[in-house]
Design a protein around this ligand. Structure first.
Ligand code: HEM
Length: 753
């Protein structure tokens, strides 16, 4: 680059970027808006709305009462070529209000102006009080039949396919908050079964902060931003959160999960899901078992590293949303197996000494293996985010025949809360008639009227018993597959505000979790506690939380205390003697790399022969290649998706270096802070930063040809997980095998065993 004359150099670069892109991107890199490329000039010939993008789906076209309509899904969307009012009258102009002369005031009679502005003024609805930030997708669930002996639920029968809508979410943040904050994730699934809708309203952690739903406002008020300044957004690293969890010690187990890598998932596709509570299944013979539901991701459970998560919050706050939608668009359909842990339905409702009604406890998989009962595939993105993802309404009380609740006091309270909040959020009692919430089973309730009634109910007798409507609707008996509330015996007991004594153990399972982690995962937990408590203002709160950690594990407590510059307190209860559960660790196995992002750095002056082949090989491996060049557009006819200015390492799971590109014309510290990152005269500083960060985040890195020079200058050549070779194909193969283990943890030897 001509460093003495940057303007000239930039001009030259712009000319190069303007090279005609002759290559058609096949297959497409996901993410393009709209289903057809736009024209540069404004289109003026009227035509019907464009078709949906190929990966988009919408809720089935059902009537508000569950009947199939046979009309195409697009019938729910806009119709015809011409702009109309909401009543369908065609409009000639929407750019000018009706005025008394071009310079005069707007006339009250301008019905189009009033309709347009009034509707806009009312576009917003309240966001969810928790889980406001979320992302949905459509899919299909297929039963394996393995649960048939245990439950009469038809959707679990062998080969039975059921449409689903899944919404993933964070808990604490507002609707516009960032995706990769440290938090619990929601994993809510709506199964549109032909026996009524089943909602499995799950999280990515198998335990909860509290044992009784009456404490939900307390934990959420503590976790949300402080009421005076309304900061921090979507974080637990603040005084009120740690104040509460250090005093209300039943929260310690869940808090440990949040401080672990589970609190910062790599992707929604790489999260487990847990129904948390124990549910009751009932079969045709009326026999019951107790179960816990688990979602197991096909790609394994993977997380970000903390610095990476923090960078992503700025670089791409929609990271998880984009990842889910891009993966579906690329055909790398996210997949999970639904499994159950099964326990005998005994009067004590315990298993291996663990109280099954205590939602702060797990049953280790080594004691009760997870038995697969079906498969979930997400294969369609929503057509309209608001209509589907915002308006979907989940409820733990949406249960089909064959699945029932237990007396878990957290679940009991949830049975009240969801519909109650949705009455306000969705503006009335008829939200089950919104397209995404419409059941796929015939609906014949006796609920009537209310705001936004979409059904046109016939008859005169919405009451029972009646004779005027011929007795319809009739109660169903067992043979007509009615939902049966399992007649569980409730022991005679005094009416009390109290919990059972077994709920008093708050530390043993937090210790079990800690002891089940690999050394690298323990390092992350120590760092997370140290970071979060370090962000608290009040020393008293740090000291109090250290007392809790002392009751969990002395090494953990001592390490966090050292980071905080405080003495480690002694435990106040005996340390629990627990068996670790290796199934809780995320590290140490190998997984498929479907849908992973591979960044390929290209050098316009280098050898590009290999690049096209490597790119196709990445696609063939089910991953997404993004070419990174010195400028946007194309590099010697090869289209690039990222420039050195727009790329950041956190977007990629692995980096390939097909050359050692010289500093690009815009590598000017005055223009891009990243250009001040390294002081090389021969390699673009943004490329060196890319490699340094990818290395720090334990990602696989590969280079061939001149690319080896980048490794040398970044100081990473010859270190674990950094490969170089003569051809792109060989290097990609090595990088792929490194990616199977998710990250190259060997770069960071652990200090705790
Ligand atoms: C095991 C414990 C819990 C789990 C797994 C859980 C899970 C979830 C999930 C996944 C969502 C988001 C649903 C969506 O995507 O629309 C959600 C929302 C919500 N949860 Fe929970 N939750 C738990 C406990 C509670 C408790 C104890 C309460 C109240 C007593 C509660 C009240 C709510 C409310 C009010 C919403 C917002 C619902 C809406 O606006 O549609 N949750 N919960």
């Amino acid at each position: 680059m001509d460093r003495n004359n940057p303007a000239k150099a930039v001009k030259a670069a712009v000319e190069t970027a303007a090279e005609k892109v002759t290559d058609v991107l096949t297959p497409d890199v996901p993410g393009a808006p709209g289903s057809a490329p736009p024209t540069v000039d404004e289109p003026t010939t009227p035509h019907d709305p464009l078709p949906l993008k190929k990966e988009q789906g919408t809720p089935e076209t059902r009537t508000p009462t569950g009947a199939e309509t046979g009309v195409p899904p697009t019938a729910k969307g806009q119709q015809g070529a011409y702009l109309t009012t909401s009543q369908g009258a065609r409009l000639r102009d929407t750019d000018h209000s009706l005025k008394a002369g071009p310079r005069g005031p707007i006339l009250l009679q301008d019905h189009h102006f009033r309709e347009k502005i009034t509707h806009f003024d009312h576009e917003r609805i309240p966001e969810r009080v928790v889980h406001a930030r979320g992302t949905g997708a459509h899919g299909v669930f297929t039963g394996y039949g393995t649960a048939e002996p245990l439950t009469r639920a038809g959707f679990l029968k062998k080969g039975r396919e059921t449409q689903v809508f899944v919404r993933f979410s964070t808990v604490l943040g507002s609707r516009g908050s960032a995706d990769t904050v440290r938090d619990t994730r929601g994993f809510a699934t709506k199964f549109y079964t032909d026996e009524g809708t089943f909602d499995l309203v799950a999280n990515n952690m198998p335990v909860f902060f509290i044992q009784d739903a009456i404490k939900f406002p307390d934990i959420i008020h503590a976790g949300k931003p402080h009421p005076d300044r309304e900061i921090p957004q979507a974080q637990s690293a603040h005084d009120t959160f740690w104040d509460f969890v250090s005093l209300h010690t039943e929260a310690q187990h869940h808090t440990m999960w949040n401080m672990s890598d589970r609190g910062i998932p790599r992707s929604y596709r790489t999260m487990e899901g847990f129904g948390v509570h124990t549910f009751r299944l009932v079969n045709d013979a009326g026999e019951t078992v107790l179960v816990k539901f688990h979602w197991k991701p096909k790609l394994g459970v993977h997380s970000l590293v903390w610095e990476e998560a923090q960078l992503i919050n700025g670089v791409d706050p929609d990271f998880h949303r984009r990842d889910l939608y891009d993966a579906i668009e690329a055909g790398a359909y996210p997949e999970w197996e639904l499994g159950i842990q099964v326990f005998p339905d005994t009067p004590e409702e315990t298993f291996a000494g663990i109280d099954l009604l205590d939602p702060t406890k797990i049953v280790p998989e080594e004691l009760a293996p997870v038995q697969p009962i079906g498969r979930l595939v997400l294969n369609r993105t929503p057509t309209n985010f608001f209509a589907e993802t915002e308006q979907v309404a989940f409820h733990v009380g949406h249960l089909p025949p064959g699945i029932d609740v237990t007396n878990d006091p957290l679940l009991q309270g949830r049975l009240f809360s969801y519909v109650d909040t949705q009455l306000t959020r969705l503006g009335g009692p008829n939200f089950s008639q919104i397209p995404v919430n419409r059941p796929h089973a015939p609906v014949n309730d006796m609920l009537r009227d209310g705001f936004h009634q979409h059904a046109v109910h016939a008859g005169v007798a919405p009451y029972r018993p009646n004779s005027l409507d011929g007795g319809n609707p009739f109660p169903a008996g067992d043979r007509e597959n009615a939902f049966v509330d399992v007649p569980v015996t409730v022991a005679e007991a005094p009416k009390v505000r109290a919990a059972p004594a077994s709920f008093d153990d708050h530390f043993s399972q937090a210790r079990l979790f800690w002891l089940s982690m690999s050394p690298v995962e323990r390092e992350h937990i120590i760092r997370a506690y140290t970071f979060e408590l370090g962000k608290c203002y009040r020393q008293e709160i740090r000291e109090r939380q250290l007392r809790c950690l002392a009751n969990i594990d002395p090494v953990l407590c001592a390490q966090v205390a050292a980071g905080l510059g405080l003495p480690a307190p002694e435990p106040t209860v005996p340390l629990a003697d627990v068996q670790p559960s290796p199934a809780l660790s995320q590290v140490g196995r190998e997984w498929p790399a479907d849908g992973r992002m591979v960044g390929i750095v290209v050098d316009p002056d280098g050898d590009l022969d290999d690049v096209a082949q490597v790119r196709m090989a990445v696609f063939s491996a089910g991953m997404v290649p993004l070419l990174i060049g010195p400028h946007g557009g194309a590099v010697r006819g090869t289209p690039v998706q990222r420039s050195f200015a727009t790329a950041r390492s956190v977007e990629f799971d692995a980096i390939l270096l097909a050359g050692a590109p010289a500093p690009a014309p815009d590598a000017l510290p005055a223009r891009d802070a990243k250009a001040g990152a390294a002081g090389s005269e021969t390699v673009d500083p943004r490329v060196l930063l890319l490699v340094e960060e990818a290395w720090r985040h334990a990602k696989a890195i590969g280079a061939w040809g001149a690319g080896a020079e980048v490794l040398r200058q970044a100081g990473v050549a010859g270190t674990p997980g950094v490969v170089s070779g003569d051809s792109g194909g060989d290097v990609l193969a090595d990088v792929q095998s490194l990616m199977a283990a998710h990250r190259v943890w060997q770069r960071f030897p652990a200090s705790v065993g």
